[in-house]
Ligand binder design. Structure first.
Ligand code: ADP
Length: 270
């Protein structure tokens, strides 16, 4: 539903650019061929969402992406009765639509969602592949092609927000990390239009910032942020200003840490 940031994409023609890191495309295809649900683990902004969009297009399946948040309930995914022009009508949620259409449903950051969401996922992620809809009394069998994909970031150390073994053991799991430096430089260059040489320098800096994760920083700088910095530079912003805005400020609010990070910039670019 729109309030839950659902995005529907479809059609094989517009496969978004994705540079593979290893055997992830083959593994996803094999999981899909065997009707297995897939769990993508990895830090934010490392390419998980882009990967799913790419694979959905490659497999010619519509894709429903739901950005999960702590208020997202099972009803948001399944659907609800709404009042329309004085009449009460049932409106399918994104998960129900995907189940009916044989689409891919991608639950981004699934651990953020409310507990009742995992209950819904269980009968869909075993060989029954059914979605019980209590409110309408329907028991939907997933159409051929339906695939459940979920992602989460194991880096967030929140004991309350982790997937229970009974849930995670229903998925084939794939680990994602930031791409190797040469691949990441190519990605940054292709996505932003910056030269590969200059993109490589930004990626070198990103590597140094990522090494500080766990000490000064909760999370390392994402590929997404490196692309932002590169894009700002392409539109004419001075390098140091672009780096500060896209690769330093989003990481921390602590003035001392920020100063330390800016010193690192001088080391790499000075
Ligand atoms: P996540 O879902 O892991 O938070 P995204 O998939 O949104 O991250 O990735 C952030 C951005 O990084 C993408 O929009 C894309 O521009 C870029 N990106 C990351 N990895 C890749 C890759 N392997 N191929 C192409 N683009 C990538």
């Amino acid at each position: 539903m729109d309030g839950n940031l659902t995005l529907k994409q479809g059609g094989a023609a517009d496969a978004p650019f994705y540079l593979a890191q290893g055997g992830e495309c083959a593994l996803f295809e094999a999981a899909s061929a065997n009707d297995l649900p897939v769990l993508l683990k990895g830090p934010t902004g490392c390419g998980k969402t882009r990967f799913v969009a790419h694979m959905a297009a490659k497999l010619g399946r519509p894709l429903y992406t739901v950005a999960c948040h702590d208020d997202l309930s099972a009803a948001d995914l399944i659907g609800r009765y709404l009042l329309k022009g004085g009449e009460t009508v049932w409106v399918d949620g994104p998960l129900t639509r995907a189940v009916r259409e044989g689409a891919i449903c991608y639950l981004d950051e699934v651990v953020e969602a409310r507990k009742d969401v995992t209950v819904v996922l269980h009968p869909l992620t075993d060989d029954r592949r059914i979605l019980p809809i209590d409110r309408t009394g329907e028991e939907l069998e997933a159409a051929p092609g339906f695939m459940l994909v979920a992602s989460y970031n194991p880096g967030y150390q929140n004991i309350l927000k982790t997937l229970k073994p009974s849930t995670r053991q229903r998925f084939v799991a794939m680990e994602f990390d930031f791409p190797a430096p040469d691949l990441e430089a190519r990605i940054v260059a292709l996505e932003s239009g910056l030269s590969e040489e200059r993109a490589a320098a930004l990626v070198r800096l990103a590597g140094k910032l990522r090494a500080l994760k766990g000490q000064d920083l909760e999370e390392g700088v994402s590929t997404r942020l490196v692309i932002y910095a590169a894009s700002l530079i392409v539109t004419g912003m001075p390098i140091e200003r672009a780096i500060e805005a896209a690769m330093i400020q989003p990481l921390t609010d602590d003035a001392d840490i920020k100063r330390g990070l800016l010193d690192l910039v001088t080391v790499v670019f000075g």
